[in-house]
Design a protein around this ligand. Structure first.
Ligand code: DC
Length: 240
């Protein structure tokens, strides 16, 4: 499907770029992307929420997570709407699926465990492409995911690939889960992330990998603030 960006880039008029942030789970895409978007006055789309919502829906409907054809028809028929969340909310957006607010269910353990399986189905990915591109089309947006710079928005103006060691990512994810009231051991989080890394990077369709023109930021030893500033400096370079 061909598409164009309708994005303003005239300095002084307002530089409304499309920023893609990819990377493995726990690398900080959501924390960084959300704050970069806030500082720039952009909107933020965490595409993992869409795959999580579909996984949640499949679980609720009793659809097997390996049942490609039924998952595909579910993905084609689902209605998803994203609304901005208040700044203090855990998730960056409120996600309405078939009229129901499902935001609170997206970090459930069964969803966490199933989402990498569901997101391997080619038709599921295909069904979510249009929504992601529509949200990004006006520019002034930060989009976080696994295949944003490679497949969804290959013409993004700034592409960042955030990475960190498994241990560091597990510590961050564990902290995030604790803040949401879930108690999980570091070993358990590491095992989950390792399994997800393998599925996300070895799948046939849109595997996790940096785009050839992405700036790779390895964030071990960097503070959140340092990563945010680095991404903003890349945006400023592109706008000047
Ligand atoms: O970023 P996250 O942890 O919320 O992502 C959950 C899963 O969704 C992840 O294991 C892979 C999948 N995903 C994907 O395949 N492509 C994306 N653009 C975003 C997420």
């Amino acid at each position: 499907m061909a598409y164009r960006f309708a994005c303003k880039m005239e300095p002084g008029v307002g530089c409304r770029l499309i920023i893609a942030i990819d990377g493995p789970g726990g690398a900080g895409k959501t924390s960084v992307g959300r704050e970069v978007a806030r500082r720039l006055g952009y909107s933020f789309l965490d595409t993992g929420m869409l795959y999580r919502a579909l996984t949640w829906l499949a679980i609720c409907k009793g659809i097997g997570l390996y049942d490609g054809p039924r998952l595909a028809s579910l993905a084609r028929s689902v209605e998803m709407e994203l609304r901005p969340a208040p700044p203090e909310a855990m998730e960056p957006s409120i996600l309405i699926v078939n009229g129901e607010d499902v935001t609170g269910a997206l970090r459930r353990r069964d969803v966490e465990e199933g989402v990498s399986i569901v997101s391997q189905v080619a038709e599921v990915r295909e069904a979510l492409i249009g929504l992601q591109r529509r949200i990004a089309a006006q520019g002034g947006v930060v989009v976080a995911g696994r295949d944003i710079g490679t497949v969804i928005l290959p013409n993004a103006h700034v592409k960042v690939y955030l990475d960190a060691s498994l241990e560091e990512r597990a510590r961050r994810r564990q902290r995030q889960l604790q803040e949401m009231g879930q108690k999980v051991s570091l070993d358990e989080v590491m095992a989950q992330l390792r399994a997800r890394d393998r599925l996300d990077s070895q799948r046939e369709v849109a595997p996790l990998r940096p785009a050839s023109d992405a700036v790779i930021i390895y964030t071990d030893g960097m503070s959140l603030e340092q990563v945010i500033e680095k991404v903003i400096s890349l945006v400023e370079e592109r706008c000047s």
